[in-house]
Design a protein around this ligand. Structure first.
Ligand code: ADP
Length: 251
């Protein structure tokens, strides 16, 4: 479903991704962990071209990300319009929820599918209400973001991403801006999506999330994937000492 091969990225001559290879199969949850500054956020942002990769290749659902094969097989950059069509298939949830402040909860969810012509207004409303039920936010449908807690806003942001019916969901530290007591309600929604078989890539410092929902854990350090495998290879007793130290330091 997601295939990243040899992905590189530099900012002002500072190489922050040094050749990242990650595969995500349909229905799998891949959790990316590692020290601050190791490139996790940059990597997940390359997967939908929010950060264009400098080198390597990224495919999602068989489509090159940010590029296409032109005539005679040459790779050419997508136009902005093509890029926005491509991004519909890849849902993204950010650390800061980025809801539209002047729209209600329900409007936040229905806006994009209606504006892009993917659904009629009443269909989007019905689907939006079902997504609000899924994230436990039905009773807040007509409120505005500032009336909600951070955890509630993040659950709306998840519903908003799901409204585009994406094939893959990307999460960039979805709980790190939340007060500690609000983390678990967001983790519960993510765990439910995992149970339903949603394909997801999640950058997180929540080791409990990684332990509970990951099919595959990627450990990054200094722009490289230094280890990846099933959770037991990272959290089990045989994990490498540096990984064990990291896990202990954030647990
Ligand atoms: P992590 O998510 O693991 O904390 P990041 O991907 O956020 O790591 O950052 C990796 C490195 O790239 C850091 O040194 C960070 O300062 C740098 N970086 C990230 N985004 C930018 C940017 N837009 N401009 C310049 N440097 C950046």
């Amino acid at each position: 479903m997601v295939s990243a091969a040899g992905v590189t990225k530099s900012f002002h001559g500072n190489q922050v991704l040094k050749g990242v290879d990650v595969e995500v199969h349909a229905g799998e949850v891949v959790v990316v962990i590692g020290p601050s500054g190791s490139g996790k956020t940059t990597f997940v942002r390359t997967l939908n071209h929010l950060e264009p990769a400098d080198g390597g290749s990224i495919e999602v659902n068989g489509q090159l990300i940010g590029n296409k094969r032109g005539q005679n097989g040459r790779v050419v950059a997508l136009s902005d319009r093509e890029l926005s069509v491509q991004r519909r298939g890849v849902g993204m949830v950010f650390q800061r929820f980025n809801l539209f402040p002047h729209k209600t909860v329900l409007e936040n969810i229905t806006l994009a599918p209606v504006q892009l012509g993917l659904m009629k207004a009443d269909e989007a409303t019905e689907f939006g209400r079902s997504l609000l039920r899924k994230v436990g936010m039905s009773v807040h449908a007509n409120k505005y973001p500032h009336q909600l807690s951070g955890g509630q806003q993040q659950r709306v942001a998840i519903a908003r991403a799901l409204a585009m019916k994406p094939g893959v969901m990307l999460f960039d530290e979805p709980t790190s801006a939340l007060d500690p007591e609000l983390v678990s309600e967001v983790l519960a929604v993510i765990a439910e999506l995992a149970q339903e078989g949603m394909t997801m890539v999640i950058v997180t410092h929540e080791m409990k999330l990684a332990r509970d929902v990951a099919d595959w854990v990627v450990f990054m350090e200094d722009g490289n994937v230094v280890k990846q495998g099933p959770p037991e290879t990272i959290f089990g007793p045989d994990a490498e000492p540096r990984i064990r130290r990291f896990v202990q330091s954030v647990s």
